[in-house]
Design a protein around this ligand. Structure first.
Ligand SMILES: [Zn+2]
Length: 252
């Protein structure tokens, strides 16, 4: 994924049209910390987008099992429909499954009604495959529209973005580059975005995220931070001052 723009079409709020992610994420943090996924100060949320993919997701599940860590997987309906056994394996491993959409579309570039229908279908599919109703929705490219927000609410999904990413989707990404990209945002309360699939990334780019996982988890634990899924992130707490960072100063 390569987010280039975000519209927060929130009813009752002025729409925020903002450009590069480095600019808009601090804006989101300041105005809407719950949407950014800022959680408890002693916890880091680990999230993966764009799966499930039988070529890569099982390797992430194996590695997470090896290091004793759980995560939230934002899946695409079209992939989960093709690989329901893999979806069940994600949940059987103690991980949380969440909705990324049906196809990886930018909600602002699809015809009216389509994104909403796809969110509902994906939520229903996650429920049917896993037996667990999903809690979270993260839109492709981080693009939220009024339609997708209303659809998410109708499916009882909470929109959540991220506070730090590994830039693991590029052809040149390596475990070291992923760590370097995440490092400034690796702190209590963070929601980390990685990808367990190259569905929308450079072929094989997921290897960079996979290779970085042990050190990401190790860094959190050595800082006495627990790391796990969004369900343990306590996003509901009053959090706005937790990062202690002036808006606009971060690069995540
Ligand atoms: Zn994505």
């Amino acid at each position: 994924m390569n987010p280039v723009a975000v519209t927060l079409g929130l009813t009752g709020l002025a729409a925020l049209h903002v450009g590069p992610a480095a600019t808009w994420l601090p804006v989101v943090r300041r105005a809407l910390p719950r949407l950014a996924g800022i959680g408890a100060t002693d916890h880091v949320a680990l999230t993966f987008d764009d799966g499930p993919d039988p070529r890569s997701t099982p390797l992430f599940l194996d590695e997470l099992e090896r290091i004793g860590c759980r995560a939230t997987f934002f899946v695409l309906g079209e992939l989960l429909e093709r690989h329901p056994d893999l979806g069940r394996r994600i949940v059987a491993g103690g991980h949380e499954m969440a909705v990324h959409g049906w196809r990886h579309h930018n909600a602002l570039l699809t015809r009216p009604g389509r994104a909403a229908a796809e969110i509902g279908a994906a939520a229903d599919l996650v429920t049917a495959v896993t037996g667990v109703r999903p809690t979270w929705y993260r839109p492709p490219y981080g693009v939220l529209s009024a339609e997708t927000l209303i659809a998410a609410r109708g499916s009882r999904l909470r929109p959540v973005l991220w506070t730090a990413w590994g830039r693991d989707w590029t052809e040149s990404a390596t475990p070291a580059s992923v760590l370097a990209a995440l490092a400034p945002g690796l702190r209590g309360g963070a929601t980390l975005l990685l990808h367990d699939s190259d569905h929308t990334s450079a072929p094989g780019a997921w290897r960079s995220a996979l290779g970085a996982l042990p050190e990401i988890v190790g860094l959190c634990r050595s800082a006495r931070l627990s790391i796990g899924p969004l369900r343990d992130h306590r996003v509901d707490r009053p959090l706005i001052r937790q990062f202690g960072e002036p808006a606009g100063s971060g690069r995540t």
